[in-house]
Design a protein around this ligand. Structure first.
Ligand SMILES: Nc1ncnc2c1ncn2[C@@H]1O[C@H](COP(=O)(O)OP(=O)(O)OP(=O)(O)O)[C@@H](O)[C@H]1O
Length: 245
């Protein structure tokens, strides 16, 4: 199986002493990798390092074999992201919002905006103002924007934050469909374990700045344990070396 993302020994210490240390994991082609952990565990810091928004004190990131620190443009050429709440101009339509975002990309085919709207199920509402959208629809619009460049790897940070159960199901179903039908690989950070546990095939658990467990969901959750029960049992244990399942 191809490695799309290789995260190797990331350490980032903020001036207040918090941050992440020695975080290593891979994301394989076709994965929906659930990056799970309580608030403040370090998930956003790792995502920002992957996207080149923070330069780590130590460690490296390779995307499609390209080092983010050395070949940023090549590394990012097939990456889309949505970091926390999607921002959109409320008094413009989804279509016009995407037209604005599309100006950041060179050589985007004219049909691309309609394609991404279709992919996230917003075609019937594309000319309606965003201020009438539900939060789930706004998140799907954010996802549409992340898909504009036709990425093979998409990073989402807390995509279900603030959504009701319908909005969460909306986002989950969209991710599953994009994974199955377009072959897009996902790295999704969330503290909502039940939500992410429903769609992820691989899981990495962050706690206190360290990656404490990583493995296939089905191997981690044996004997009918839920992901929530498993994560709680792991983060309540004394820290120990990372175990690859
Ligand atoms: N710019 C910063 N300066 C100082 N400390 C920071 C900074 N950004 C994050 N931290 C601290 O680093 C730790 C990890 O934060 P991070 O945002 O990566 O965690 P998280 O798992 O994404 O949590 P959340 O879901 O709450 O965003 C936390 O203790 C946080 O307070």
């Amino acid at each position: 199986m191809d490695k799309l993302l290789e995260v190797d020994d990331l350490t980032q210490c903020y001036p207040n002493g918090r941050g992440v240390r020695n975080v290593s994991f891979d994301v394989m082609k076709g994965d929906i990798f659930g990056f799970i952990g309580p608030n403040g565990a370090g998930k956003t810091t790792v995502l920002k390092i992957i996207l080149g928004l923070i330069r780590p004190d130590q460690g490296s990131v390779r995307i499609f074999g390209h080092h983010v620190a050395e070949a940023f443009e090549q590394a990012m050429s097939h990456v889309g992201c949505l970091i926390e709440t999607a921002e959109a101009y409320e008094y413009m339509s989804a279509y016009d919002n995407l037209k604005l975002s599309a100006r950041f990309y060179r050589d985007l085919p004219k049909t691309r905006i309609d394609q991404v709207l279709e992919q996230v199920g917003l075609t019937p509402y594309k000319h309606e103002r965003v201020n009438g959208y539900s939060l789930g629809m706004k998140q799907r619009l954010g996802l549409a924007s992340a898909l504009l460049s036709d990425p093979k790897l998409v990073l989402l940070d807390e995509p279900s934050n603030g959504l009701d159960i319908e909005g969460m199901a909306d986002v989950r179903n969209t991710v599953l469909q994009l994974s199955r039908e377009q072959g897009i690989t996902f790295l999704i950070a969330s503290h909502l374990m039940h939500d992410l546990g429903m769609i992820a095939n691989r899981i990495g658990i962050m706690n206190n700045g360290s990656l404490i467990r990583i493995g296939n969901k089905d191997e981690l959750l044996q004997g009918g344990t839920t992901l929530e029960q498993y994560v709680l049992s792991q983060i309540q244990q004394p820290k120990e070396a990372i175990r690859n399942v």
